[in-house]
Design a protein around this ligand. Structure first.
Ligand code: ZN
Length: 476
C-alpha cells in the first residue's frame, strides 16, 4: 500500500468484527499518545490502533493484517527508550497493542511459576507474586506502567540483575503470535528442556520484530524477608569496583543491588527534586548504593552490611557510609538514585547512553570516555551512574553552551566517541534499552557482519514480508 493511503474501509470493518468497538482506536487525536515515545523523541503517525482481548483475537488480527501486507507495530506499555514501540511517520502502520490482554492466567506455587499475559503491568505482576508469598525480581523505574510483553521483548534489566538476572532469566515459556498469525504455544513451565533449539530466546529481546509475545510463564522466587541498604561514599569508580568485590566476598549472593552515582548526579537530584537531602555532611566525588536481600527470617543482615562496610573503610575503600535504619530511610536513599533521570530532564537536553562493558573494565570506560569528551567538548557536563554490579552505566552528558543549539549533530559526535571506546573495551552500545529506531543505524558499526547476517536470516524466515515492527533493530 502506498505511503499516505488510509486502510481500506473493508479492512477496518473486518478488524472491528474481530475485536469490537473497544478494540479499535481510529481518531487522529486519540491515536496521538500511542504514536509518540516516552521521551518524545519519536513522533509517528498510525493508521489505527487495534487491541485484541485474547490470543485468538490477536491471531485473527495479525493474519488479516498480514494478508493485507500492512506493517504492524507491537506495543505494550509504550515506555521504550529507543523508539521501538511507536509507528513511523508514514501513517500506514497499525499499532497492535497488547494492553487488554492483562490477565494472570495461573500461579503454580509448587513449580514456583506464574503465567501472565503480555499486557499485565509489571507492578501488578510483582503484587500478585507478593500476595502468593513469592517474589518477582524484575524492578525498574517504569514498573508502574510498563507491561510484561515489553519487558520480554526488550529483555529488560533494572536494579536487581546482579542477583536475579535480566528478564530473559525469568522466562520459562512463551506464547507468541507469529507474523502470519499462527500461534506458537510454548507456554511450558520447565526448568529443564533439552529438545533442540530453545526458540523462546529468539523472541526475548527481539523488540517485536519476529512476532508478538502474548503470554509467558515466569519464575517466582522466595520472598525476601530481610533487606539492608547503604549509601557508601567512595573516591572513584575503582574504589567502587573494589568495594563490590569485598561486598560479594563478605555477603555472598545476598548482594542484590550495586549502583554507582557520581557527585553531579546527586547535585542534580538535590537541586531539582523537592525534598531530596544529602545524607552526608560533605560532598564526595562518587557513591555506591548497596543493597542486600535475605530470604531467611532473622536479624543480622544490617550488621553484616555494617561490618562489611567497616572493613572496607579500614582498607581505605570507603570514605563514609550511611546504613538505612528504616524502610523510609531506605526509600530516601533509593530516591537519590531513581530520581536522577527526572532531575536530568529538568535541566534540558542531554545525550544518553546505556552501555555495558565487563565489570573489570568499567574503570577504564569512565576514565577514557571522560577524558575524550572533555577534550573534545570543553564545558560538557557528564552524568555517569548506573548498575555497576552489571557493568552497565547510563553514561549521559549535557551539551557545552557552544553546542546547546546544535544537539542533533553534537549527540552523534558524542555517540561515536563513547561507542568506539565501549567497543574497544569489549562492550555493548545497548545494555538495557535496546536498539529500536534510535540506534539502528549505529548498530552495523559495532556488531560483527556475521552476527547481522544471522539476524537478517532469522528475520527472513519468521517475517519474510518484513511487516512485523518494520524498520526497528534492522534496516528494512
Ligand atoms: Zn538502567
Amino acid at each position: 500500500m502506498n505511503d499516505r493511503a488510509p486502510l481500506p474501509a473493508t479492512l477496518v470493518e473486518r478488524l472491528r468484527a474481530i475485536v469490537g468497538d473497544r478494540g479499535l482506536i481510529t481518531g487522529a487525536s486519540d491515536l496521538e499518545p500511542y504514536a509518540v515515545d516516552w521521551r518524545g523523541q519519536f513522533r509517528g503517525r498510525a493508521a489505527l490502533l487495534v487491541r485484541p482481548a485474547s490470543t485468538g483475537e490477536m491471531s485473527r488480527v495479525v493474519a488479516l493484517l498480514s494478508q493485507a501486507g500492512v506493517g504492524m507495530v507491537p506495543q505494550a506499555g509504550n515506555t521504550s527508550l529507543c523508539g521501538a514501540s511507536v509507528p513511523d511517520a508514514s501513517g500506514a502502520q497499525v499499532i497492535v497493542n497488547v494492553s487488554r490482554m492483562n490477565r494472570v492466567r495461573a500461579v503454580d506455587l509448587e513449580n514456583d511459576t506464574i503465567t501472565v499475559e503480555a499486557g499485565c503491568i509489571l507492578a501488578e505482576l510483582q503484587r500478585v507474586a507478593a500476595e502468593s508469598d513469592r517474589f518477582f525480581p524484575l524492578s525498574l523505574a517504569a514498573e508502574g506502567s510498563c507491561e510484561v510483553g515489553g519487558n520480554i521483548s526488550t529483555n529488560a534489566g533494572g536494579t536487581q540483575v546482579l542477583r536475579y538476572g535480566n528478564m530473559r532469566e525469568q522466562v520459562l515459556g512463551l506464547e507468541v503470535v507469529l507474523p502470519d498469525g499462527r500461534v506458537w504455544d510454548g507456554l511450558r513451565g520447565l526448568r529443564k528442556d533439552n529438545t533442540g533449539y530453545d526458540l523462546k530466546h529468539l523472541f526475548i529481546g527481539a523488540e517485536g520484530t519476529l512476532g508478538i509475545v502474548t503470554a509467558a510463564v515466569l519464575k517466582l522466587y522466595p520472598k525476601p524477608r530481610a533487606v539492608a541498604t547503604a549509601l557508601a561514599a567512595v573516591a572513584d569508580p575503582a574504589a567502587a569496583v573494589a568495594l563490590l568485590g569485598r561486598m560479594r566476598a563478605a555477603c555472598g549472593e545476598r548482594v542484590t543491588g550495586f549502583e554507582l552515582v557520581s557527585r553531579l548526579c546527586l547535585d542534580l537530584v538535590l537541586a531539582n527534586i523537592p525534598g531530596s537531602r544529602d545524607p552526608f555532611g560533605q560532598p564526595h566525588p562518587w557513591y555506591a548504593l548497596v543493597e542486600l536481600f535475605d530470604s531467611a527470617e532473622g536479624g543480622g543482615l544490617a550488621t553484616m552490611l555494617e561490618e562489611a562496610l567497616g572493613a572496607a573503610a579500614e582498607e581505605g575503600l570507603v570514605a563514609d557510609a550511611v546504613v538505612a535504619a528504616s524502610e523510609s530511610q531506605r526509600q530516601e536513599l533509593w530516591a537519590l538514585r531513581e530520581n536522577i533521570s527526572d532531575a536530568q530532564k529538568v535541566e534540558g537536553y542531554s545525550v544518553k547512553h546505556d552501555v555495558s562493558v565487563p565489570v573489570s573494565r568499567t574503570v577504564e570506560l569512565v576514565a577514557e570516555a571522560d577524558s575524550a569528551l572533555r577534550a573534545a567538548f570543553p564545558g560538557i557536563r557528564i552524568v555517569a551512574f548506573g548498575h555497576l554490579g552489571d557493568g552497565n552505566l547510563h553514561y549521559n552528558a549535557f551539551p557545552p553552551p557552544a553546542r546547546a543549539n546544535d544537539t542533533a549533530a553534537w549527540s552523534l559526535e558524542v555517540n561515536k566517541l563513547v561507542y568506539d571506546i565501549v567497543h574497544r573495551l569489549g562492550g555493548s552500545i545497548s545494555a538495557e534499552h535496546g536498539i529500536g529506531a534510535l540506534k539502528r543505524d549505529e548498530l552495523p558499526h559495532y556488531k560483527a557482519a556475521l552476527e547481522l547476517d544471522l539476524m537478517r536470516a532469522i528475520k527472513g524466515v519468521l517475517d519474510p514480508r518484513g511487516i512485523m515492527n518494520p524498520g526497528k533493530v534492522l534496516r528494512p
